[in-house]
Design a protein around this ligand. Structure first.
Ligand SMILES: Nc1nc2c(c(=O)[nH]1)N[C@H]1C(S)=C(S)[C@@H](COP(=O)(O)O)O[C@H]1N2
Ligand SMILES: [Mo]
Length: 369
């Protein structure tokens, strides 16, 4: 079992002073709103989500085990991994708990991190394709799921368990899922899973397991605590008294958007004003349209979308709306390429653990005449 780093925290996390820190230990911090406007998030502003202290790993003696339903079990060092073809994917990572704070206003969600809209960031990830490593191991046809296990042991499971998750073989075999050792062309920081992490583009952040130690090919999804923890339960369910199959296990990210400017506290003059933000469609969906309204949805303006950095990233958008003097509410809603649209209100999507809040974005502001 890996033990815990006891050096100065700031040195480990290496984050900007204006990160919105929800917890120091385990460290949970969201990206400040200003940093969400950049297509690629700088390492010192990338959100960080942990369920346990950072594990101490000696990358020289570290090995990745690939086992289960495979013809050739593997034990790979970092040098072994670097012999596979290096690949780079620009991908947005979004926590399933992003915007839980808005759900908590509908009804309390005890014991969970009150994330605002900044549990999302985008990086250039480099490493090897999971598919290439699985091909080397020779995955047997009975393997329908690929399970990942990290080195960090979380007390949030009873008994404590390493953090883990799984994805179906169909996703695992697609070239975009990476075992990444670099982020924005720099060595993967300890906070983000060094020496090696999974990056599952278009899926909730929880499946992108950090500090990866084991890959298992298996017939069923993993029984790891965090696989079923990240599920949407019906509103009336007691999260302490549910079985593994009672929820909707989360995978692909649902269409979502955020308004970045103007911010809620910004001083804005009435009249034509640029409104901007980003939208993100998970898995193989794309952002098809973003509608913005300043009159409670009587009229909608279609925002201009920036081209995405890759099929796996958010897309920033902007438009000009004429804002009236006095109090106004801006609303933005995104549609994806399957014509799925965001829920109008968090009331619709409230669930006991507070995941997958993709309700339309709202910003209240007062404009000077
Ligand atoms: N080993 C491990 N992997 C993990 C986690 C964790 O606590 N331990 N948190 C997951 C969750 S819930 C999210 S949203 C992402 C966050 O990745 P980041 O901290 O690099 O932003 O990592 C995922 N991978
Ligand atoms: Mo997450």
């Amino acid at each position: 079992m890996a033990d815990v780093v006891d050096i100065d925290r700031m040195g480990i996390w290496d984050k900007r002073d204006d990160m919105l820190v929800h917890q120091e230990e385990p460290y949970n911090a969201e990206t400040p709103p200003g940093a969400l406007a950049a297509p690629i998030t700088s390492l010192d502003a990338f959100y960080c989500r942990n369920h346990a202290p950072i594990p101490r790993i000696d990358s020289a003696s570290w090995r990745l085990r690939v086992e289960g339903l495979v013809d050739r079990p593997l034990e790979l060092s970092m040098d072994d991994l670097r012999r596979f073809t290096e690949r780079t994917v620009v991908a947005t990572l979004q926590c399933a708990g992003n915007r839980r704070a808005d759900l908590m206003e509908v009804r309390d969600i005890p014991g969970q991190v009150p994330w605002g809209p900044g549990a999302v960031s985008t990086a250039r990830w480099s490493g090897v394709s999971l598919a290439d490593v699985l091909a080397e191991a020779g995955v047997r046809p009975q393997a329908a799921h690929i399970a990942f296990t990290g080195a960090d042991v979380s007390q949030q499971a009873d008994p404590p368990q390493p953090f883990g998750g799984s994805i179906p073989m169909t996703k695992a075999a697609s070239g975009e899922v990476l075992l990444a050792w670099a982020m924005n062309d720099q060595a993967l920081p300890a906070a983000h899973g060094a020496p090696l992490r999974v990056v599952v583009p278009g899926w909730i952040g929880a499946r992108s397991v950090k500090w990866l130690e084991r890959i298992g090919a298996q017939a069923e999804p993993t029984g790891n605590h965090f696989q079923t923890e990240y599920s949407v339960l019906p509103p009336e369910a007691d999260p302490e008294a549910v079985g593994p199959g009672d929820g909707i296990t989360l995978g692909p990210v649902a269409i979502h958007c955020a308004i970045l400017r103007p911010g809620g506290n910004e001083r804005v003059a009435a009249g034509p004003t640029e409104v901007s933000g980003f939208a993100f469609a998970g898995e193989n969906r794309t952002v098809a349209r973003v509608d913005v309204s300043a009159d409670h949805g009587s009229t909608w303006t279609h925002a201009d979308l920036d081209p995405p950095e890759s099929p796996w990233t958010w897309q920033h958008w902007r438009t000009v709306l004429t804002l009236p003097p006095g109090e106004t509410e801006l609303v933005a809603r995104a549609w994806d390429s399957t014509a799925a649209v965001q829920a109008e209100s968090p009331v619709t999507v409230w669930n006991p653990r507070g995941y997958a809040n993709n309700a339309a974005a709202h910003v209240r502001l007062t404009c000077r005449p």
